[in-house]
Design a protein. Structure first.
Length: 318
């Protein structure tokens, strides 16, 4: 077991600033190859260090109070490229959940927001590393890093459960509520099982995560270059509900307005009219076009050529 505590940030390593000295408990004892992580709860730490935020046409869902904001951020080392869908060593990707303003799905991440949860991948010479970070009671982010595998994900789940029960993470005060929180956190740590490469979309009513994945098992990069995607339902409120440029579509049948399902029994997709959004200078359309241009620069020449149709409508965006 080791602890990383140095200046600067490499995602999943997520190195630490002086906040390390504020935790008066020693790091927990961990199995070999598992690392205890600490960092400040700076909501802009990824944006300050060269990560690109990945905006997708269909916005991720939000919490009942609409204050939950989910952002995916990625980084590829300078001079490196994603070739044939494979990310180079030194690349990183994270899904960051924030507490931010209500009813503001297109608001940019701000210094006043709070980080609630981080799930990250880092591509290293020895393979992909997984990590989870959560706030502790001192306002830091703390968590765990491990070599990605289904077996290690299961071991990490039990450690994360233990961290909640030991209150290394900010957690409910009552033992019963704390146990529920611990069990829930352990149950959603299926990193590799969820991020299977080339996973097909699943629009069946029972599916919690419906989008498909790319060669590396990532959801959002693939989605960023599509105008149409399934509707994710892992949070209770649809963040696209008030956007006039979003419509429901059924690829192989008609929409049943009474049930909200397609007549073939599948859930509908959402289609974002990017051209209409661009013409109206809608914030979401401008953010999406900026994402597409930044991401396209990460890919090899043949992939960039294949992505051109998704960039044409954004040609006016530098």
């Amino acid at each position: 077991m080791s602890i990383r505590c140095s200046l600067g940030i490499t995602l999943a390593t997520l190195a630490v600033s002086v906040a390390c000295q504020h935790d008066n408990r020693p790091p927990p004892h961990l199995p070999a190859d598992f690392e205890w992580l600490q960092t400040t709860n700076d909501p802009l730490q990824w944006h300050r260090t060269g990560y690109v935020e990945v905006i997708t046409p269909v916005r991720p869902p939000t919490s009942q109070d609409t204050k939950a904001h989910i952002a995916v951020v990625v980084r590829v080392p300078d001079g490196s490229r994603i070739i044939d869908g494979r990310w180079p060593v030194g690349s990183a990707a994270a899904r960051v959940e924030y507490a931010g303003p209500a009813n503001a799905p297109d608001a940019p991440v701000a210094a006043s927001w709070r980080v609630l949860d981080v799930r990250a991948f880092e591509w290293t010479p020895s393979g992909r590393q997984c990590s989870v970070l959560r706030p502790n009671h001192n306002g830091q982010l703390v968590g765990l890093r491990w070599p990605c595998s289904i077996e290690n994900d299961q071991r990490a789940s039990e450690l994360l459960r233990q961290f909640v029960l030991e209150q290394r993470f900010a957690s409910p005060s009552g033992p019963a509520a704390r146990q529920r929180a611990a069990d829930h956190l352990a149950s959603i740590n299926r990193c590799i099982a969820c991020h299977q490469p080339n996973r097909n979309e699943d629009r069946s009513p029972a599916a919690l995560v419906q989008r498909g994945t790319d060669t590396e098992g990532l959801f959002s990069i693939r989605s960023a270059f599509r105008d149409e995607d399934p509707i994710e339902r892992y949070r209770p409120v649809d963040n696209n509900r008030s956007d006039a440029n979003v419509v429901l579509v059924c690829p192989s049948s008609e929409l049943d307005l009474a049930t909200g399902l397609c007549r073939d029994g599948q859930r509908p997709r959402m289609r974002y009219d990017l051209a209409a959004g661009r013409n109206a200078n809608a914030a979401h359309a401008l953010q999406l076009c900026a994402t597409r241009h930044k991401l396209a620069a990460f890919f090899d020449d043949s992939t960039r050529a294949a992505l051109q149709p998704a960039l044409v409508v954004c040609a006016a965006v530098p």
